[in-house]
Design a protein around this ligand. Structure first.
Ligand code: KE4
Length: 419
């Protein structure tokens, strides 16, 4: 498999952009080798600049729920182009997207559109602090909520991939406002609230984790989150940037029957264009400028291109509810009967094959994985035309464009690694 052009582009990129990539996980640093520069994508396929074809299990880290270049999305973007790309003034399209999100997610009584998941979580946190008048946040080790200064504490995703425990550049004063606890630990949560409950503005979590690899909350953990936040007057924030509209039309909160105070979204709601959203309780969101004293703004927030693509995506999901049982079926088949030494965690179309015998329930158990062997597995799959996430500490994603034949081909490639 030639990587000549990718190697040349990487060399050229190194002088222009840190690592030649615009997001660290793309650099293949934890799996080694040359990151593939992508020429184009279609459906469940990626095509790199050397003409190699891959079955894609990244899906742009979530947005490509219905596959690359879906005709509904392309048509919506083309239509949007006829009216303009950004006005810096309100449009009816933004109201329609807000209505679609609110219709799908009952806890979202009011919301604000932004341009990334990071903006969404940063804003939700500021609103929680402003609403409660408190400064502290609880997050969980291995969860990643975007590169918000105060949340880059024991974070997952690229930080876990690169083994960066705590990034440089975040003032101690910021990270001191964050309490990082083990995911799924009811006891740690109880102790934190017992000690500092009246200072805690919010608890933020990935309701199904993707960013330490896929990790699933226990019912006891979810119950404790609800009980303790309510008891102490803290807000419960579900970061559904990855899980929103991906695991179900109503996100993880629909699966678990939980109504968080605030939720954040991104990825799928933009249909592959830059977008984010935060929202929830009306009494909380009514504190946001211009109606309230908590400020948040954005030049391209609600721009017609991203909103049109997002609307097309959410309308497709609403009119094609069969995508979720299909995704459940083919992803379950992909993950069926894992090889010895591999622990698989999966919810819907989100999955991770951990190279450990240990059940993975938090960051500590995720880190028992043999990342060197995962790197060899990743490159074996790549050589067979299968593109998994280039990190043990990320989730993979199956799309509605994947066929049963794609799944069988992928299973064959996996089995040949262990043969
Ligand atoms: P963005 O700012 O990247 O749009 O969203 C940040 C974010 C927030 N919350 C959750 C739960 C997320 O998963 C993310 C971003 N996810 C990573 C994938 N692990 C994005 C990929 C990357 O950083 O390159």
């Amino acid at each position: 498999m030639s990587t000549t052009r990718s190697e040349a582009l990487l060399a050229r990129g190194q002088n222009l952009i840190p690592g030649g990539v615009n997001s660290p996980v793309r650099a293949f640093r934890s799996v080694g080798g040359t990151p593939r520069f992508i020429a184009r994508a279609q459906g469940a396929r990626l095509f790199d600049v050397d003409g190699n074809e891959f079955i894609d299990y990244i899906g742009s880290w979530g947005p490509m729920l219905i596959g690359h270049r879906h005709p509904d999305i392309l048509a919506a973007i083309e239509k949007a182009l006829t009216i303009g790309t950004s006005f810096g003034a309100p449009t009816e399209l933004e109201l329609e997207l807000a209505e679609e999100i609110i219709d799908a997610v009952p806890s979202m009584e009011m919301l604000r559109l932004v341009n990334s998941g990071t903006e969404a979580t940063m804003s939700a946190l500021r609103v929680a602090r402003g609403f409660t008048g408190r400064d502290l946040t609880i997050k969980f080790e291995g969860c990643y909520h975007g590169h918000v200064d105060s949340l880059l504490v024991k974070a997952g995703s690229g930080m876990a991939t690169l083994g960066i425990a705590d990034t440089q550049g975040v003032p101690k004063g910021f990270s001191d406002t964050t309490i990082a606890l083990p995911y799924n630990s009811v006891e740690a949560l109880e102790v934190a609230f017992a000690e500092r409950g009246d200072q805690i503005a919010a608890v933020i979590l990935e309701p199904v984790v993707g960013n330490m690899g896929c990790v699933i909350p226990t019912p006891e953990f979810l119950k404790a989150l609800q009980t303790l936040t309510q008891k102490h007057g803290a807000l419960l924030i579900f970061d559904e940037v990855m899980t929103g509209f991906l695991l179900a039309r109503g996100g993880a909160q629909e699966l678990f029957g939980i109504r968080p105070d605030l939720s954040t979204f991104g990825k799928v709601i933009g249909g592959g264009l830059p977008i984010g959203a935060y929202g929830g309780r009306r009494d909380v969101m009514s504190k946001v400028a211009p109606v309230g004293p908590i400020y948040q703004a954005g030049t391209l927030s609600g721009n017609p291109l991203a909103v049109s693509a997002g609307l097309a995506m959410l309308r497709h999901i609403k009119t094609h509810p069969e995508i979720y049982p299909y995704l459940e079926k083919i992803t379950a088949r992909l993950c069926e009967a894992p090889p010895p030494g591999v622990t698989v965690n999966r919810v819907g179309s989100m999955f991770t094959m951990f190279f450990t015998e240990t059940p993975v329930t938090d960051y500590e158990t995720a880190k028992t994985s043999d990342t060197a062997r995962f790197g060899k597995f990743f490159h074996h799959l790549l050589s067979e035309g299968v593109y998994f996430a280039p990190s043990q500490f990320e989730a993979g994603f199956v799309s509605a464009a994947h066929t049963e034949e794609d799944i069988e081909r992928t299973r064959g490639a996996i089995q040949r690694f262990f043969a």
